[in-house]
Design a protein around this ligand. Sequence first.
Ligand code: PMV
Length: 318
Amino acid sequence: MTTASSPGKIILFGEHAVVSGVTAIGGAIELRARVTVQDEPGCVLIKTEDLALQGFSLDLISGRLTSTKAAHATRYISAVLREFDVRDIQVCIDSSLPPAAGLGSSAAIVVAAVAAISQHQGQRLSRKEIAAVSHRLEKEVQQGLASPMDTALATYGGYMQVSGEIQPLDLPPLEMVVGYTKMPHDTKTEVEKVQDLKKHYSNVVDPIFQAIGAISERAVPLIGEQNLAELGLLMNVNHGLLGALGVSSRELDELVYAARGAGGALGAKLTGAGGGGCMIALPGAAGIDALMVALRQARGAAFRVVTGCEGVRLEDDP
Ligand code: PMV
């Protein structure tokens, strides 16, 4: 039996503007996807029992599927099984990351699967190889649309800066709360919407992208100095700019305002593509628990996270 786990991610600053080459910063979060593989003669069985993926199992040989809720996860695992030409195997996924929420759930599943399956096959892949294969497979399944940031963070952990190319940032951890609207989002639709706006109103959208890029760049030293008050302020400004681009939603705004109001957050913004999915908030003097209660009262799911955590790792067998 071989088990590997990988973290999810949040985008701290710079989403959407990064598509046009402006700087964005992402951090790995300590909510993990865990993939366990074991020999099972005559079978290629993929199953999950966790809450986020709602529980299902699929036998790729008989086609027996006991739930379709998480069928998306099977596409990623099948791509990894094909890549390594594996049969006679059972793959179990256990993820605490909600899918289609912008928290890098699919990248975490692909990276953990690549690490666990390659190791089980007796191949020792470097992190660089794991990141490269995983990005290629995620992109293939998502028909060309996959940011390298998600697979890089799932592999290496820590923080990454993207501006044209992707590079690691050496920064301290931050305690944050992720609020999930429980509404799925569609990255492709949101990206197209913003790029379309840019095409028609480039003189309006370009300065917004530039302002977002300036926020990302200023945020790096602020995280380094743990200047949380200034960081919170910039999160609020970044959320306003994303709202101007049309990618916030009533549900996201309600969570953002609940976090800043009753939750006492120093700052809050949507994270990822928007339109649904998640927001992030930086706890203030009221503390993390008050923030989580405020988000739940505003009908969101709340996850306590630490950013900048460890990347993919092989787990000891239970
Ligand atoms: O798919 P998400 O929610 O993790 O966010 C994608 C971030 C965007 O900047 C909107 C798109 C991209 O490819 O960078």
